[in-house]
Design a protein around this ligand. Structure first.
Ligand code: SF4
Length: 484
């Protein structure tokens, strides 16, 4: 039997800082009793243990089960029973998902669990990557100070024809059962590839929903006119590097960058509305040190984009903290306190002025808003997995080179070639590249600094796999990974 609970009961919010675990346990007692498998005298203490478990996994999602068991103080049989009971009460699952670290579960882990790809990785079974990043840009017009790109590094324009033929073959090869299997990003700036529109159309014709990650500097009306295939995108997510020209210059090194991006996006809004195009438009805004107070300017910018097309307002905003883990991306404690206030103000103002806007706060900012400011998961060279996770995701650059991590596929990046597992070419498919790597048992020994090749997604996937492996080794195979 499963039991439904209201969405904001003391139970479903029990992992949030400041919530009352005793009230949550009390509210849970009836549900525990209703399962009929807990003796009446044990209902209260059992409810308390369930709340304690939800709080742990809502804050530390990659905790191995054996460690959770020891912290809670049960023997293995008792802990197994507790896990069974946990699974019967959906409100507890929601409590974990609502917790400060809940975005790790909802944005990354649970979707991949449903697809069964983690098991393929741990079984060392070749499988077509669940996510394929296409990195078609030969160059980039910006020079962002946090970008790992080697100054001046680019792909030769002469690589475009063969590169685009290779991307077309990859698009034709990806199994069509997952509509979100591919995205276009970089590496460098995808819109610098003049064949991108045709590739997008090709993918859309096979039913794929392609998201383009771009800086939108080149997303001009002329570009949209010349590359009509860009209208076949499912979404365009623009990375915003500031909210005026001076901030753009400081971040990207380019003069007049904001003026141009703003003009492009305003025009895009108008054209999208006029043409009735379904493509979604979103922004991705990284809160860099010194810019916590700029979120109100972001609200004004969104309002400006909405005024350009009142019937088709902006679809979404992703707010992020610099996830690279580099010291210069870190916000000071004072600024973090300011950011918490600013984030809540941002939430209020967007809810009031732009109610249809979807805002995603990501792993870290979601937790900061809940008042707990949990540390982001940080993979270090010694916790990187020598076999990585190509069954989960790979990235393909303009040369057809296939990389294991999202931040490794930049031309000329020192050390990144160790994470290149093969090349798609007229005689070699992406499936073959992955299959050969997995079947060969090849491994990559991580060196200091290699952790920067992993983005936030790669870090979460690696942490999940490490957790699952520990659970399996410690005899919890049937319950490995806690939530699935
Ligand atoms: S972060 Fe993106 S936009 Fe900035 S320099 Fe690097 S590739 Fe270009």
């Amino acid at each position: 039997m499963t039991i439904e609970m209201s969405t904001s009961s003391p139970v479903t919010t029990c992992a949030v800082p400041g919530s009352d675990p005793i009230a949550a346990a009390r509210a849970l007692s009836d549900e525990v009793a209703a399962t009929g498998i807990v003796p009446p005298a044990e209902v209260g203490p059992t409810a308390e243990l369930l709340v304690a478990l939800a709080r742990r996994y809502g804050n530390t999602p990659f905790l191995p089960l054996e460690q959770a068991r020891r912290e809670i103080g049960l023997d293995r049989v008792g802990f197994g029973r507790l896990l069974d009971l946990f699974a019967r009460i959906p409100g507890l699952r929601r409590a974990v998902e609502n917790g400060p670290a809940g975005r790790y579960w909802t944005n990354t882990v649970l979707g991949l669990e449903r697809a069964g790809v983690f098991d393929a990785v741990l079984d060392r079974r070749p499988a077509f990557p669940r996510l394929v990043g296409l990195y078609p840009g030969p160059t980039c017009m910006f020079r962002c100070h946090f970008c790992v790109r080697v100054t001046g590094a680019r792909y030769q324009a002469s690589a475009l024809d063969d590169g685009n033929a290779m991307f077309a073959s990859v698009i034709d090869e990806v199994p069509a059962d997952n509509r979100d299997a591919m995205y276009v990003s970089g590496g460098l700036e995808p819109l610098t590839n003049p064949g991108l529109g045709a590739l997008v159309s090709r993918a859309a014709a096979r039913g794929f929903r392609i998201i383009l990650y771009t800086n939108s500097f080149a997303l001009s009306a002329q570009k949209l006119q010349g590359e009509r295939g860009l209208w076949d995108l499912h979404a365009i997510r623009t990375s915003l590097y500031g909210l005026n020209d001076e901030e753009y210059r400081a971040t990207t090194g380019k003069q007049g960058g904001f003026t141009r991006v703003r003009a492009n996006l305003v025009r895009f809004q108008q054209l999208r509305a006029e043409r009735g195009e379904p493509v979604r438009l979103g922004l991705s805004y990284i809160v860099l040190p010194g810019r916590a107070g700029r979120l109100s300017a972001l609200v004004d910018f969104i309002a400006e984009l909405n005024e350009a097309a009142p019937e088709r307002p902006l679809d979404y905003v992703n707010l992020r903290e610099d996830y690279s883990g580099r010291p210069d991306g870190k916000l000071s404690p004072d600024e973090r306190a300011e950011l918490q206030t600013e984030l809540n103000r941002f939430r209020e103002r967007t809810a009031e002025r732009m109610p249809t806007l979807h805002v995603d706060y990501g792993y870290a900012l979601h937790s900061l808003m809940t008042g707990s400011d949990v540390q982001l998961v940080r993979i270090r060279p010694e916790t990187m997995r020598p076999t990585a996770h190509p069954q989960v995701s790979v990235q393909v650059d303009l040369l057809g080179d296939v990389y294991l991590y999202r931040e490794a596929a930049f031309p000329g990046l020192p050390g990144a070639d160790r994470y290149r597992i093969g090349t798609v070419s007229p005689g070699t498919t992406l499936a073959q590249v992955v299959e050969r790597f997995v079947a060969s048992g090849a491994t990559v020994v991580a060196k200091p600094g290699d952790e920067y090749f992993l983005d936030g997604f790669d870090q979460a996937v690696t942490a999940r796999l490490n957790q699952m492996e520990t659970d399996l080794a410690e005899g919890w195979a049937d319950r490995r990974g806690f939530l699935r």
